[in-house]
Design a protein around this ligand. Structure first.
Ligand SMILES: NC(=O)c1ccc[n+]([C@@H]2O[C@H](COP(=O)([O-])OP(=O)(O)OC[C@H]3O[C@@H](n4cnc5c(N)ncnc54)[C@H](O)[C@@H]3O)[C@@H](O)[C@H]2O)c1
Length: 321
């Protein structure tokens, strides 16, 4: 049993609280940004609007403030979207928080000054002096986890003992954890799968999708190696595991489907998905300046084409670059 603080009361942060509570941890959740989540988590019934269920009564909500970090926690879980990472990194640095961190957020950042791609754990370590960062990734739809459907994820830390300690703290009969030392490969995979889910979603029949799936997995393997991860990670939960779930459902593959039907990104977004965050689009804009300049397009033709489709708002056509 431990004391866990979850930062981020969105779908994933809230769903994650369920196995943590079931494993007899004392779990506190806080939400720094979204007023609707704050209102719901702070209410008696704790109905979560995206998960469409009542969260356990044992889940403790506290309003976000710097005071939270004065309390002692065994683990701080970051479940914000990528847009919130610099904010929380700065807070943790300013307050000199040394508690072990577990990052659920998926994504990558482009460091404009040093012109390099950073994983979230690198960003927290390099820019915000975080000392003990683990990541948890894999195929996990928040709603399915919240409904206690069997879910397998991978916890990564170069120090495997820390990953296993976290696994012990959070896993249940339905929330199963695997472990890895390949923190880079796992973070790269779990971010770029959102772009490849759009690629696969653009296929207009199963034969086409399967072809794009196989080619996407190959490109992901190339990118893991390029960023100095372990290529075998492509076969794991954060690799093809997460690619599968993202490709058959979710907002990225839905957008990919509209792109495949001939819509440009901005038109499809406005017409069909005006309120949805398409994480693959955000990531595409973030990493395009690096990828299009530094990596040989023959090695990753699908990624190359999708990035150009998004940033220049073009029609998709994988036969043309
Ligand atoms: N590791 C996993 O198993 C797993 C599974 C699903 C999703 N995720 C990832 O978790 C993250 C959150 O996903 P979600 O489904 O909960 O999304 P959500 O939209 O339901 O919640 C987003 C969260 O980020 C916060 N946020 C958004 N913009 C912010 C900003 N500018 N500053 C500060 N906070 C901000 C919101 O307030 C909220 O807490 C995403 O990166 C997603 O890819 C991880």
């Amino acid at each position: 049993m431990g004391k866990i603080l979850i930062i981020g009361g969105g779908a994933m942060g809230s769903a994650f609280s369920i196995p943590c509570l079931e494993n007899n941890n004392l779990v506190t959740i806080t939400e720094p940004y979204n007023k609707i989540f704050i209102k719901n988590l702070n209410s008696k019934k704790k109905f979560h609007p995206s998960l469409k269920l009542y969260l356990p009564k044992k889940l403790k909500f506290v309003n976000y403030s710097k005071e939270i970090f004065k309390k002692r926690f065994d683990l701080i879980v970051i479940a914000l979207s990528l847009a919130g990472i610099d904010f929380i990194g700065k807070e943790l640095k300013d307050l000199n928080v040394k508690t072990p961190l577990l990052v659920l957020t998926k994504g990558l950042k482009f460091d404009k000054k040093k012109k390099r791609i950073l994983t979230i754990s690198d960003l927290l370590k390099n820019n915000y002096r975080a000392a003990n960062v683990s990541v948890l990734k894999g195929p996990c739809l928040a709603k399915e986890l919240a409904n206690k459907n069997k879910t397998s994820v991978v916890v990564a830390n170069k120090n495997i003992k820390i990953a296993k300690w976290i696994g012990k703290l959070i896993s249940t009969k339905y929330y199963l954890t695997e472990f890895s030392k390949d923190i880079i490969g796992i973070e790269i995979c779990s971010a770029i799968k959102n772009i490849y889910a759009m690629v696969i979603g653009s296929g207009q029949n199963l034969n086409a999708k399967s072809d794009l799936f196989q080619k996407s997995a190959n490109e992901m393997k190339f990118l893991i190696k390029y960023f100095k991860g372990d290529v075998s990670t492509i076969l794991g939960l954060a690799g093809i595991g997460d690619l599968y779930v993202s490709a058959i459902g979710g907002r990225n593959s839905k957008m990919g489907n509209f792109l495949g039907k001939g819509f440009r990104f901005t038109a499809a977004k406005k017409k069909f998905m005006p309120k949805d965050t398409v994480e693959g689009e955000q990531l595409a804009r973030e990493i395009a300046p690096y990828i299009l300049k530094k990596i040989n397009k023959k090695k990753i033709p699908l990624m190359y084409h999708l990035l150009k489709t998004i940033i220049y708002d073009r029609k998709i056509n994988f036969l043309k670059n």
